[in-house]
Design a protein around this ligand. Structure first.
Ligand code: R5P
Length: 293
């Protein structure tokens, strides 16, 4: 039987691609706010015994989680066979440790909540740092897929004479793999974080790379502080204007505008979160996995 895909608001472009790649049925539902901002949901498709895929990327997760929880409860009440959540961006992965006494390790709490409402989770490049594997915190089967292959393809086709740059040691996992797929050299920089928006990134002077196009590759662009600090210091060290590539276009508040003002050549993201900078398509990576399950 064909799978039924429900697309949450904001996920339409990726969701429609997945439906066509999977040859799946599109589920219909109404999701809106009451005047007092509480959530109203109505299911318009019969889901009994059907395998359901819910597409809901989870940036700004506080606004999205409650509607998702209500929707999954409704699916279960209406006897859906199984529920697979495709959250191309998985929020609440960065507070993965009690850095200061008394802090909530929200990565763990969020994982517990999501594990209780769906049967399976598929995501792209979750921020795995101190937590090495989603199964450490999720009790449902999880697939953490990677965008490196499509990022590598984009760079190869668009940036001649590139130098890959990872702004911090956490980015090495993505940058090293992109380098492996393309043969493009890479540098990993040293970042010190002093606060949510305050980071320091050290860029060495390396004359041999001054004619290359620096391509910054990171998983998340949130405040863009990391990318801005790196771009500014690259310039000071004699490098050319960089191209910035983020897997996840989180772009908190004015982050995108601030990054453009920092004098970067171009900002490119994948479509895990809908944004005008999306030029790298992850739909086939997701549909390939969905076809296996
Ligand atoms: C760091 O832990 C991540 O890999 C990113 O570098 C970070 O999330 C970027 O955040 P921001 O854009 O706020 O500097």
């Amino acid at each position: 039987m064909k799978k039924t895909v429900f697309i949450f608001p904001g996920n339409e472009q990726l969701g429609e691609r997945l439906i066509s790649q999977l040859d799946a049925d599109k589920g219909a539902f109404i999701l809106r706010r009451f005047p007092d901002s509480e959530t109203y949901i109505r299911l318009l498709t019969d889901v009994r015994d059907r395998d359901i895929i819910v597409i809901c990327t989870l940036h700004q997760p506080d606004q999205k989680f409650l509607p998702l929880l209500f929707f999954c409860n409704l699916l279960k009440e209406k006897k859906a066979g199984s529920i697979c959540l495709v959250a191309p961006y998985l929020g609440y992965m960065r507070q993965d440790k009690e850095f200061n006494t008394g802090e909530a390790i929200t990565a763990v709490y969020f994982a517990k909540q999501l594990s209780a409402i769906v049967d399976q989770l598929i995501t792209i490049d979750p921020h795995l740092h101190r937590i090495k594997n989603l199964q450490e915190i999720y009790s449902i089967p999880c697939s953490a897929l990677h965008a490196q292959e499509v990022i590598a393809g984009w760079i190869k086709n668009n940036i001649p004479h590139a130098l890959l740059i990872g702004p911090d040691e956490e980015s090495e996992q993505w940058v090293a793999n992109v380098s492996k797929n393309t043969g493009i050299p890479f540098l990993i920089l040293k970042k010190t974080r002093h606060g949510d928006r305050n980071v320091e990134v050290e860029v060495p002077k390396m004359k041999k790379y001054n004619t290359h196009i620096p391509v910054l590759v990171d998983d998340i662009i949130s405040s863009a502080g990391t990318m801005i600090e790196t771009a500014v210091n690259l310039k000071k060290s004699g490098f050319k204007q960089p191209v910035c590539i983020g897997v996840h276009a989180v772009f908190a508040k004015e982050a995108y505008e601030n990054l453009m003002r920092a004098g970067v050549q171009e900002i490119i993201t994948s479509n895990t979160i809908h944004h005008p900078t999306n030029k790298i398509d992850v739909s086939k990576i997701i549909s390939r996995r969905l076809l296996e399950i």
